[in-house]
Design a protein around this ligand. Structure first.
Ligand SMILES: *Cc1c(COP(=O)(O)O)cnc(C)c1O
Length: 403
């Protein structure tokens, strides 16, 4: 391998290109083999030319790979592509979405700090905050997602982070990210957005003023239900801390999974457009059905935050929730009558999924807590995949017929 090999001749010039081009090409640094596809580096360690070279790389004096817990070329390609798509100065990949959230809090918070979390976040996120961070002296309070005055009032002098998911799961509530970022910054706190449901194809929270974005890459970034992974993206000042924690603690992403995610990103925008189009069509259809009492989808004019969704997002996402007649029994009969859609709580897959939140994802909550969160027994959530929308509608019609 020639040391004076000029990478510039083989890599693409991405100055000023659009999102779709970045999704296909950003982060790819070709090797002297001139491969057209992304190369995969399945290696835990790296060799050095000389003892002096090893010493210089270990000390950081010379940039380069040392060990794959620190850096790996395939993982770095994925990180650079996510940074380009989110408009971040830097991104770092993690073993799972939960490891991304863990790394943000571990690297930016200390005992005595306070975190505000939107009430409707992912179940394991709540467990992480409640069961583990509290044990290390981090205070955590929960705030209803949409009401800005509630956030403002709940901030304390020691509040370090505001953590939100927008849109929320499963009820598709939103928060005005730009306004919330202003509230956080006025009080010296950082805004962290879990952007898993939208992906950068539909929403770029950093461009709206948020400080950090986290993802479960397991969902739409993979898009085909193959691998676990996550990513944190943000400004260099905060990312330096997150990277330091990850390299030391080790919940880093496997290069194999990074390679799968690079392939996933190449089709992200196309897939998200198809997910959104089918979800909107099904939400509109469901809203007209007698057996359906209410549909929760930000792309419907009946949604209280329809205007905000149009302003803040480029699409309304794949997740549609709806309440059916007949309570829990009705919801279970509906789900059991489907023949195509998969009964599973996962989402972000090319295969459409259906779930009953009250007895699965939100089953651990006490009935009053579920009621307060708006998770009724009659609620069903679908995460719309890439099958033919007519076939999906026919399957949901089987559910309606069984009510
Ligand atoms: C799935 C999910 C996570 C956790 O990601 P894993 O990859 O399963 O660890 C976090 N946030 C949201 C919104 C999710 O849907």
């Amino acid at each position: 391998m020639s040391q004076d090999w000029d990478a510039g001749r083989l890599d693409s010039d991405l100055e000023g290109v659009a999102f779709d081009t970045l999704a296909v090409r950003a982060g790819q640094h070709r090797t002297p083999e001139g491969e057209h596809g992304d190369a995969m580096f399945l290696t835990s360690s790296y060799v050095f030319r000389t003892a002096a070279d090893a010493a210089a790389r270990f000390s950081g004096e010379v940039a380069g790979n040392v060990y794959s817990r620190y850096t790996n070329p395939t993982v770095r390609a994925f990180e650079e592509r996510i940074a380009a798509l989110e408009g971040a100065e830097q991104a770092v990949a993690t073993a799972t979405g939960m490891a991304a959230i863990l790394s943000v809090v571990m690297s930016l918070c200390s005992a005595g700090d306070h975190i505000l979390v939107s009430r409707s976040v992912f179940g394991s996120t709540i467990s992480l905050f409640e069961k583990y961070f509290k044990r290390f002296g981090v205070e955590v309070d929960y705030v209803p997602l949409a009401e800005l005055s509630g956030w403002d009032a709940a901030i304390k002098p020691n509040t370090r982070l505001l953590f939100v998911e927008s849109p929320s799961n499963p009820l598709a509530e939103l928060v005005d990210i730009a306004a919330l970022a202003e509230i956080a910054h006025a009080k010296g706190a950082l805004l962290v957005v879990d952007n898993c449901f939208c992906t950068p194809a539909l929403q770029q929270p950093l461009k709206l003023g948020a400080d950090i974005v986290v993802h479960s890459a397991t969902k739409f970034i993979d898009g085909q239900g193959r691998c676990m992974g996550g990513v944190v993206a943000g400004r260099s000042a905060q990312m330096k801390e997150v990277v330091g924690f990850l390299r030391t603690a080790g919940p880093t992403l496997s290069p194999f999974n990074a390679w799968i995610f690079l392939k996933g990103l190449e089709t992200l925008n196309l897939r998200m457009r198809a997910h959104c189009a089918s979800a909107l069509a099904l939400a509109q259809w469901l809203e007209q059905q007698d057996g359906v009492e209410k549909v929760h989808y930000a792309g419907l004019e009946s949604h209280p935050q329809y205007e905000l969704a149009q302003r803040q997002q480029r699409g309304f996402g794949a997740v549609v929730s709806f309440e059916v007649k007949g309570g829990k029994e009705g919801a279970w009969r509906f789900i059991d009558a489907t023949r195509l859609i998969s009964i599973t709580a996962n989402l972000g897959d090319s295969k459409t999924t259906i779930t009953h939140p009250a007895t699965t994802s939100h089953g651990r909550l006490a009935p009053q807590e579920r009621e307060a969160a708006g998770i009724r027994d009659s609620l069903i959530r679908i995460a719309v995949g890439l099958e033919d929308v007519g076939d999906l509608q026919a399957d949901l019609a089987r559910g309606l017929a069984a009510l």
